[in-house]
Ligand binder design. Structure first.
Ligand SMILES: [Ca+2]
Ligand SMILES: [Ca+2]
Ligand SMILES: [Ca+2]
Length: 160
């Protein structure tokens, strides 16, 4: 895993973010840095076989685990109470916004609007980063695709 770190350190530098220090005045850059960092770690965790590519099956394994974790009472659906619990947990961890976004995504995934998200509804919620980063739409995200996507996001933020 360490073998892959230099590339990502270089990526962080390319994004113009400070790797170690994050001054409060640079809130924007610091947010980007954290995001890029988080994405990198997520990517490495997902890439189980370490081939530098996250494919659908690797992503689905993670989604299955997430589903099982979220379905606290194990009845095969994520219901409102479980989504509220997720929101509360995120808010407690200072990720209130993330929780809100997740709740909205659940609402969209809940196609028949019964307030419950089944496993198949959940599995069809392709994470946005995955859909966006997969430039050539082959259902796989390579490390290069991830880096390009983070780079695009970074430069867009800078132009604002
Ligand atoms: Ca892989
Ligand atoms: Ca449940
Ligand atoms: Ca791809």
């Amino acid at each position: 895993m360490n073998r892959r770190m230099p590339a990502f350190a270089a990526l962080a530098l390319a994004l113009g973010v400070a790797v170690a220090a994050s001054a409060p005045a640079m809130a924007q850059d610091s947010r980007m840095e954290k995001r890029a960092d988080r994405m990198t770690r997520t990517f490495e965790r997902l890439d189980k076989n370490g081939d530098g590519v996250v494919d659908r099956s690797e992503l689905e394994r993670k989604q299955e685990r997430s589903f099982q974790r979220l379905d606290a009472n194990n009845d095969g659906v994520i219901d409102r109470a479980e989504i509220e619990a997720l929101k509360a947990k995120r808010a407690k961890n200072g990720k209130g916004k993330g929780g809100e976004k997740m709740a909205k995504r659940f609402q969209r995934a809940d196609e028949n609007r019964d307030g419950k998200v089944t496993q198949s509804e959940f599995m069809s919620m392709t994470p946005r980063w995955f859909a966006k980063a997969d430039e050539n739409r082959d259902g796989k995200v390579t490390k290069a695709e991830l880096e390009m996507w983070l780079d695009r996001k970074g430069s867009r933020k800078k132009r604002d």
